[in-house]
Design a protein around this ligand. Structure first.
Ligand SMILES: [Zn+2]
Length: 256
């Protein structure tokens, strides 16, 4: 069975612990922890991925870090680890969060069971299979010659400017989603769309697909419900940016 739903973290196996958007690390900043003394009431969900021999555990918001360990933001962890380590952490958080949120068959309401050979849930009543949800989002850095278009989100309170991003809608290609989001949020048109790279972003289950695009035409007119500000910046005069570790930071700094 590829996934096992456990009531306690498995002894002797690496376990990644999450509390909201944070991950538990040891003094060396490592997250694959063995035999951590977790208070029984603080464990919300734990699942073992038998294909990689590691488990993911979700802890309640009130859980405290055991002695010698600390919680750090997951993006901070991403910044200090390589892609293979980050993929493992994202995978385990994703499966644990998916199992935590997916208990009943959406067609018939019957409690779901883990599938015997796939990373999936099966309905014992109607036979339907349910797979983990992955939500694709486009994120793009738009350039106009030497200038970068950066946006401040309407919900931002820190003065951070980032790349334009949005969810892909049903039936769209990634390129269509990108053009639509750019048009909706800034009223601009873009050209020369180039794939840059992607990043799993397990908050809760996004796949960020990064692109570069070049300005084509139009004047900036922001969608006020989504965007507080959007403007062109020169590289030698950039505003506060998203934290290293995020795909936005990587796009802006050419590190994808
Ligand atoms: Zn069913």
């Amino acid at each position: 069975m590829p996934l096992l739903d456990l009531t306690i973290p498995p002894a002797g196996k690496p376990v990644y612990y999450f509390r909201g958007r944070e991950i538990l690390v040891d003094g060396q900043g490592e997250a694959a922890l063995q035999d951590v003394p977790v208070a029984p009431g603080s464990l919300r969900k734990c699942c073992l991925d038998t294909t990689i021999g590691c488990a993911g555990a979700l802890l309640d918001a009130a859980a405290e870090a055991p002695s010698g360990l600390q919680f750090i933001p997951v993006p901070t962890y991403f910044f200090t680890h390589d892609d293979a380590q980050n993929a493992r952490a994202s995978r385990l958080k994703g499966y644990a969060a998916w199992l935590d949120a997916t208990r009943f068959c959406p067609f018939c309401g019957t409690p779901l069971q883990l599938h015997g050979s796939e990373h999936a849930l099966a309905c014992p009543a109607c036979g339907r299979m349910h797979y983990p949800r992955i939500e694709p989002c486009i994120i793009t850095l738009i350039t106009r010659g030497e200038e970068l278009l950066l946006l401040r989100n309407a919900r931002d309170t820190m003065g951070i400017y980032a790349c334009l991003a949005g969810f892909v809608e049903m039936g769209e290609s990634l390129e269509q989603a990108l053009r639509r989001e750019v048009r909706e949020e800034t009223a601009l048109e873009v050209q020369d769309i180039r794939y840059a790279g992607s990043q799993a972003w397990p908050f809760p289950d996004q796949l960020m697909v990064g692109f570069y695009a070049e300005y084509k035409s139009g004047e900036i007119r922001i969608q006020e419900s989504e965007v507080a500000d959007a403007r062109w910046f020169r590289r030698d005069a950039l505003p506060p940016l998203p934290k290293p570790g995020s795909i936005a930071w990587r796009l802006i700094n050419g590190r994808l």
